[in-house]
Design a binder for this molecule. Structure first.
Ligand SMILES: [Zn+2]
Length: 408
């Protein structure tokens, strides 16, 4: 509460300054803006913050800072009934957010600090492309840093802090780093909405937890605002997002594949492309009232990498998500193995403008280019392959991938 008055005016100031300085928005294709701007990113995790309950808080002016960002619905939990399906729990959720991949790649299938992420993380991909970049991960729920212990050991995460469920510790440490530090990428994770949900369900305490974390988000935004006064050439991407929703009707729990548990949101300070702003109206999988037509939590890491100008080559690409800024990749990509005929069928949506080539890769090998409006490609050449195969489909120089397991 003690932040609310100060933070309100700073949020208004921040959104005003972003609106008034369009040059701050990076155009990835513009070499000039790449040279003159220093890209930075702040990813704020808000554990267990339910989309509809956040909307209620925003409507009641209890979440003005998250409400000042561009906010859209998204989903978590993979696609149920497929190899990407994962529990709507925090371990799998944060692993997806921090890798751009689902559980069949990251292998964090439970809330278990002994598990180690197996997919190239946001931190690793950024550091491999730009080793001079500095990364920080400050988490309220320490299991996240445990799941990414390899990233810490390898130096992909330069500074890792566990705040032991004290969210104000996260706000203070991340706020200090943002204002005074040299990090290029800061991940700050808050846990109170999830804790309040487990203890009280959808009660006053839950709305107060949303309000409290929003004030802490405001603390970070005002720290960045002060920084920008002395670092005007820095171009910060800010994303606020949760790892899962909550089970109806009471909000105490989560973990299953229900609409409310799978529904999440992505709030950004930058203009997004259609993957976030214009959900697919007829998703290939129509389940959960069309939820799969929206962006997913797997899109967050590709978006941050795109902001940094780091786009993995199609031949090396292995992320399931699409960048939410810049050019649009193919949407609704599916890859299905047909063991009876030893085929893999790829499908996608996105046919405008008609006739643009879509480039298809199997385990890094370019195997075909077809016009986008074809919407399908059948790989007949997989009889000799057993095990996992990574397919990548690229259009507009934007790759997106799916992992298929072949068993003959
Ligand atoms: Zn929880």
């Amino acid at each position: 509460m003690r932040y609310s008055t100060v933070a309100l005016s700073i949020a208004a100031c921040l959104s005003l300054s972003l609106a008034c300085v369009p040059a701050l928005a990076l155009t990835p294709s513009s070499a000039d803006s790449q040279k003159s701007k220093t890209q930075k990113a702040l990813l704020i995790g808000v554990d267990g913050m339910q989309y509809e309950k956040l909307q209620e808080a925003i409507a009641q002016n209890m979440a003005p800072h998250i409400g000042s960002l561009k906010l859209a619905k998204s989903y978590i939990g993979g696609i149920d009934g497929t190899s990407t399906e994962q529990l709507t729990n925090s371990g799998p959720g944060w692993a997806t957010i921090l890798t751009g991949s689902w559980v069949n790649r990251h292998q964090v299938d439970a809330n278990n600090g002994a598990l180690r992420n197996q997919a190239p993380s946001l931190f690793e991909q950024l550091k491999r492309a730009a080793p001079q970049r500095k990364t920080t991960s400050i988490v309220s729920w320490g299991t996240i840093n445990d799941n990414f212990a390899e990233d810490i050991a390898q130096g992909y995460i330069d500074s890792a802090t566990k705040c032991l469920d004290v969210d104000q510790c996260v706000a203070d440490k991340a706020g200090y780093e943002l204002e005074h530090g040299e990090s290029d990428l800061v991940f700050a994770h808050f846990d109170e909405p999830d804790l309040a949900g487990h203890d009280h369900g959808f009660a006053t305490e839950y709305q107060q937890a949303i309000q409290g974390v929003d004030a802490q988000v405001g603390q970070l935004l005002s720290a960045l605002e002060r920084r920008q006064a002395t670092h005007p050439k820095e171009d910060w991407l800010i994303i606020v997002s949760p790892d899962h929703g909550r089970r109806l009707p009471d909000g105490y729990s989560h973990g299953q594949q229900t609409l409310s548990e799978k529904t999440t949101f992505i709030a950004m300070n930058k203009s997004a492309n259609a993957q976030l702003t214009d959900p697919v109206s007829a998703p290939t999988n129509p389940g959960h009232s069309g939820l799969y037509g929206f962006a997913s939590q797997a899109d967050i890491t590709p978006t941050i990498l795109k902001h940094f100008g780091v786009t993995p080559e199609a031949a090396q690409h292995s992320m399931d998500g699409l960048p939410l800024i810049g050019a649009l990749g193919v949407r609704q990509l599916t890859a299905q193995a047909l063991p009876a005929t030893s085929q893999v069928v790829l499908t996608w949506q996105g046919d405008k403008p008609r006739g643009k080539p879509v480039h298809i890769y199997r385990d890094g090998q370019h195997i075909a280019s077809v016009p986008n409006h074809q919407g399908e490609y059948i790989d007949n050449d997989v009889k000799a392959i057993n095990g996992n195969v990574n397919y990548t489909v690229e259009i507009n120089k934007v790759p997106v991938s799916r992992l298929v397991t072949l068993q003959h």
